[in-house]
Design a protein around this ligand. Structure first.
Ligand code: GLN
Length: 228
């Protein structure tokens, strides 16, 4: 069986558990709700749910999980959704006063609550080129979501793959009016090596293709690497 943890300090973790347990894959998945370093140590991969990134980081520090999480990110597959995507970034813009602890893992800069107040929460059909049945769109649910500002992989880093994007015509003017290109602000799901982030909430939709993607593209290859 695969053992996949879901960080369960705060936020939308129950929905992830249900989605992971119904995947069309050969292996059975055991889900561990992670609240302690001991629980984290049992896991082969981790999902960091949406919620409130500052609160999740604070609770992680209080639970003695912050350093174990950073170590986990260095060696094992991690998927961050929304607040979890913020935690997985190397740098954040718009953090609360007092700052924001990050775990790193993905070579990007992300803007917290980057869609602006008019677009606090919205649904949009996503282009999902990287997924199974890619001609079938996916309804992305965005809730005070972050926006990817820049991709900055260094030469040693694995390349970053765009798994899903929002049509640039759906980007609010506040994000496109400057002379910058709509990319990478339209990128809403990215994979780098065995790390994965989605700025929206796939666990709030019945469609579990993003969960399947994480398990197939990040978790399984990390457990049985392809033979040379
Ligand atoms: N805006 C939240 C944060 O900064 C993320 C919102 C979410 O996870 N739905 O942490």
């Amino acid at each position: 069986n695969l053992i996949i943890g879901i960080l369960a300090l705060q936020g939308a973790f129950v929905e992830h558990e249900m989605a992971l347990q119904k995947l069309p894959i050969q292996k059975k998945i055991d889900v561990v709700l992670v609240r302690t370093p001991g629980e984290l140590a049992r896991c082969q991969a981790l999902v960091i749910p949406g919620g409130e990134s500052t609160t999740i980081a604070l609770l992680a520090r209080l639970s003695g999980l912050l350093e174990p999480l950073r170590e986990f990110v260095r060696v094992k597959p991690v998927w961050g959704t929304c607040a979890g995507a913020i935690l997985l970034a190397k740098a954040v813009v718009g953090a609360k006063k007092g700052g924001q602890e990050l775990l790193g893992g993905m070579s990007i800069t992300i803007a917290r609550n980057g869609w602006g107040s008019q677009l606090e929460s919205f649904e949009a059909d996503l282009d999902v080129t990287g997924l199974r049945d890619s001609e079938r769109p996916f309804t992305g649910i965005f809730i005070r979501a972050p926006v990817v500002l820049t991709l900055e992989p260094s030469l040693e880093d694995p390349p970053i793959h765009v798994v899903s994007r929002l049509s640039p015509s759906l980007l609010p003017e506040s994000l496109t009016s400057s002379n910058s290109t709509p990319e990478p602000k339209s990128f809403v799901a990215l994979r780098q090596g065995h790390h994965f982030l989605t700025t929206f909430h796939p666990e709030l939709t019945r469609d579990n293709r993003f969960h399947e993607y994480f398990v197939r593209e990040c978790v399984l290859p990390s457990i049985s690497p392809p033979r040379p």
